[in-house]
Design a protein around this ligand. Sequence first.
Ligand code: NIG
Ligand code: FE
Length: 424
Amino acid sequence: MLTLIKNIKELVGVETSPKLRKQGKEMAQLETIKDAYLLIEDGIISKYGAMSEFDTPRPSATPLQEGMVENADVVVDATGKIVCPSFCDSHTHLVYANSREHEFVDKIRGLSYEEIAKRGGGILNSAKATAAASEDELYDMAQQRLEEAMRLGTGAIEIKSGYGLTTESELKLLRVIRRLKENSPMTIKSNFLGAHGIPMEYRRHQEDYVDLVINEMIPRVAAEGLADFIDVFCDKGFFTVDDTARILEAGIKYGMRPKIHANEMAISGGVQVGVKYGAISVDHLEQMGDAEIECLKGSETMPTILPGCAFFLSLPLSPARKMIDAGLPVAMASDYNPGTSPSNNMQLILSMACIRYRLTPEEAFNATTINTAYAMGVSNEVGSIAVGKKANFYITKPIPSLEYMPYSFGENKVETVFLNGKQI
Ligand code: NIG
Ligand code: FE
């Protein structure tokens, strides 16, 4: 099956020598081709270039170039429209039962996120509703949210458990994620976040809950092959650095690579413990000191900022500019969840990257595509337009320029979505 997208106003994010991630000054590099074509063969990007080369094939042109239009099963004319690699959303909690707008109102009236959590709201509120929901109900809700994210331009997504907090309930969430993986055209990675909150009955002996995660949950999750990653909410009022180290060690033994929630409430040591255990990413990072930036230098760990959460909770902004200027890579994901970031819209994250964190549009595209792909271990297959990668991209509505994408915040600019080369 051959698909040709022609007359593309601008093809964004092409890579002739693909990189697994972009850091420091490289983040400003976003190669584009104006007036371009893109050719897809059996779901994989097979060729791209300028229309001028395509219209008048030189004598040396390959047969494919000469016969492209005739051979193509599908031809899409993208005149006036831009083509971008799909967003990769490397941090979501998309499987949950209930929205939490009542807590949202409590926050407006003055309660903090921590205060709500202390009195059994927050994550525990979601855990209660999730326990009461059946696997099928959770699947139907999650599937609909996934579909919405897809329509907004997301092509790869990481999904965490973490609203279970009992062995059976955590397994239920992870089985929902497995079903999403089986049935969705999206690239999906699953993350076991049993250490997301401390259930009320463990409040006075938190270490017993950590033992439960290590001795019961992790082996059961591994036995069913349900998780690619293991995560811990390492922060003030949640899990300590010691808890985190113990849980990560246990997960690593079962082949789960760490990802960490760190430094949302306070400088928690979460960055350091994540880097020590080879975390693929450390996420949130609203609170960052020089020691945290130093520690990330030269590591394999992707610092991941969650602009939706900082916006929704009015948290301090992570020093993205400082990190990039220090030579680090930066990724930005949605943190889609009912408590701190009830939006699955990566277009909005792209806008916030520029408006709130002072990333240039080029840096913002890289932060939400190739670097988030890296943060979920799939940057060899998605995250840019490169020969051999999955044909996951979107075609915009007619728009004036690529800068218009972040500039025009709150408006859906995505018109058509292609995943694995197929129009969705
Ligand atoms: O990433 N910070 C911890 N976990 C989620 C919030 C979960 C919730 O409040 O339901 C987050 O922001
Ligand atoms: Fe999160």
